[in-house]
Design a protein. Sequence first.
Length: 160
Amino acid sequence: MDTKEEERTFIQLLRSGPEDQIKRHAATLLAAYVVDIEKSGLVPENVRADMWKGLDRTKMEDRLQVCKVTLEWAIAAGKYQAKEQLVKLHAIAHLGQYTTQEIQAQAPKVITVLEDPAKAVTEESLKERMRQVWKFLERLAIFDLPLGRAIAELVKGHPV
């Protein structure tokens, strides 16, 4: 699956496609991002193993959550490309739940993010994404997983 080609197709659909095709392709593009992130090697394998404790690798929701945490981990490690991947992931993650009017309202913003993710990486947008990831980290902490404690230590000095 070529992610860049999927992005181009999705942008064309956002500009003129019917809602059902947009939603279907949003799911396809989201799956492509998840696969790319899972294969990226952005975090060490032992950390990835901890991320999966208590989660189901067959559930897209769990895979998406692990991808978000993977990107936040990479951002904390100074890997800038992870910021761009995170804004793309976030831009399309919820499109399937939107109404036609909401999709039309969000389309220009989503197109901008996909065409030039660096433009969308602002301090405020990253803080919002961190808040969402923090909710997942709290879930990890409930299970007292080593990853939850490690990330909590890592972000202690960076309040959201």
